[in-house]
Design a protein around this ligand. Structure first.
Ligand code: URP
Ligand code: ZN
Ligand code: ZN
Ligand code: ZN
Length: 461
């Protein structure tokens, strides 16, 4: 089955140009002007951008957390992702101490099976780096195609690992060609500060932010970088929220270390004052790391622009306000951490980034798609519009102005943290490996059509 997308402007991380795109089966087979395409289905993209599908390198679907389970599963979450122009996600596969990696991975495959409407990969959490785990990692990387490993430096007594685990993981990752990811906050410091706040009767959502100071993120980021240098390994810092962490990453890159960073739309466009909203509404804005003072936003945008940070992930971790966020009404430490963003990532980056002149159109594609494909072993199959690449294509109309809202979003959650925000740009149609998932703003995808992406090992630049 052939399709040809005509009249649009192809945008990649490198170029912007008018061209038609021919798709045969699952791949892009030609790009050029006025392509001959006998028998092909004609798709009109006049006035629109033709973008490589977004790659969201940070999602939490169907994940048990904070005494509950995230509200989007692999069907509702990937469907919402597609509506927002994302055609691949990498979800975090949790593990527990004492459990084999194989069993944890099987559990995550089971969550996605028959549900995902777009392609997906997994990052693997490392809870404890014992001999069995370090041994098993070889087949995880080479056979399972899971080539990124996540270590939590926070969430004490839940996910938090110690420096021994982080260091052993880095050393093994260097041997196997895996990229190590860290949630960088000093969990011991946060544990002390949160207990102290509660003991003093400070239970409101704002204390979530006040007990997780920026320097606790800066310190952990710096420590992870130091251990990475010692292990001669490679590091990717997830959800960077503040100047203190950006500064550590900038210094590391200046030294030539293989250190990369991701930020998220919430840190670029929201700030700490949201946690002070009345009637417990601040709970909707509880992320870890927390939202920061507004001035940090400029630092993050500049870091994206200057290549200090490479990617924007959604950290999609959706909990309903009613019934889930509410668990923490009397105690901010019981508010499930995270928010719904899998759908609005591209809209916010295009509107706040490109339209506001903070990043270029090509940088928008780079941080929302291409860089993640490169860092996580999917390029050039994913992350670009090129002959031979998967036909993961988004037709994006930059002229449309619309309002983000829980009334119209497709995420399975009862609020939108960006409620009422006006954005430019609308996803018109989305193809995943040559098949429509969204067509003229209607969902036409299929549960289970998304395939697991076996990713290549990390390659040093
Ligand atoms: O608040 C957050 N970020 N929730 C998701 C889990 C994590 O730490 O990434
Ligand atoms: Zn498997
Ligand atoms: Zn995290
Ligand atoms: Zn996360």
């Amino acid at each position: 089955m052939k399709k040809v997308i005509r009249g649009g402007t192809v945008v990649t991380a490198a170029d912007t140009y008018r061209a038609d795109v021919l798709i045969e089966g699952e791949r892009i087979t030609a790009i050029g002007s006025e392509l001959q395409a006998d028998g092909a289905e004609e798709i009109d993209a006049a006035g629109c951008y033709v973008l490589p599908g977004g790659i969201d390198p940070h999602t939490h679907l169907d994940m048990p957390f904070g005494g509950t389970v995230t509200a989007d599963d692999f069907f509702t979450g990937t469907k919402a992702a597609a509506f927002g122009g994302t055609t691949s996600i990498i979800d975090f596969c949790l593990t527990k101490k004492g459990e084999t990696l194989r069993s944890a991975i099987a559990t995550w495959h089971e969550k996605a099976r028959g549900k995902a409407v777009i392609d997906y990969g997994f990052h693997l959490m490392i809870a404890e780096a014992n001999d069995q785990v370090l041994d098993e990692l070889e087949s995880v990387v080479s056979t399972e195609g899971i080539t990124s490993l996540k270590v939590f430096m926070a969430y004490k007594n839940v996910f938090q690992a110690d420096d021994e685990t982080l260091f052993k993981t880095l050393v093994r990752a260097r041997e196997l060609g895996a990229l190590v990811q860290v949630h960088a906050e000093n969990g011991d410091v946060l544990d002390y500060l949160t207990k102290k706040a509660l003991a003093e009767g400070n239970t409101a959502p704002i204390y979530h932010a006040l007990t997780r100071p920026p320097e606790a993120e800066g310190e952990a980021t710096g420590r992870a970088i130091a251990l990475t240098a010692l292990a001669d390994a490679q590091l990717y810092v997830v959800h960077v929220s503040c100047a203190a962490a950006v500064q550590r990453i900038a210094e590391a890159r200046e030294r030539g270390l293989n250190v990369y960073g991701e930020t998220c739309p919430q840190y670029l466009a929201l700030d700490i004052t949201a946690l002070e909203k009345p009637d417990f509404e601040g709970a909707k804005y509880v992320w870890s790391p927390p939202l920061r003072e507004k001035w940090n936003q400029d630092v993050l945008w500049n870091a994206l622009k200057n290549g200090i940070l490479q990617t924007v992930g959604s950290d999609h971790c959706a909990f309903n306000f009613f019934g889930q966020k509410e668990l923490g009404r009397d105690d901010f430490t019981r508010i499930p951490n995270g928010g719904p963003l899998i759908e609005d990532r591209l809209a916010i980056l295009y509107s706040e980034g490109v339209r506001q002149g903070r990043i270029s159109l090509n940088q928008f594609v780079d941080v929302c798609s291409t860089k993640a494909a490169k860092l996580f072993g999917m390029f050039p199959r994913k992350g670009t519009i090129a002959v031979g690449s998967d036909a993961d294509v988004v037709i994006f109309d930059p002229r449309v102005k619309r309002t983000l809202s829980a009334q119209t979003h497709h995420m399975n959650v009862d609020y939108n943290p960006f409620e009422g925000m006006e954005v430019y740009g609308e996803v018109v149609s989305v193809l995943s490996r040559g098949a429509f998932v969204v067509r003229n703003k209607q969902f036409v995808g299929l549960a289970g059509a998304g395939q697991f992406i076996k990713r290549a090992a990390f390659e040093r630049p």
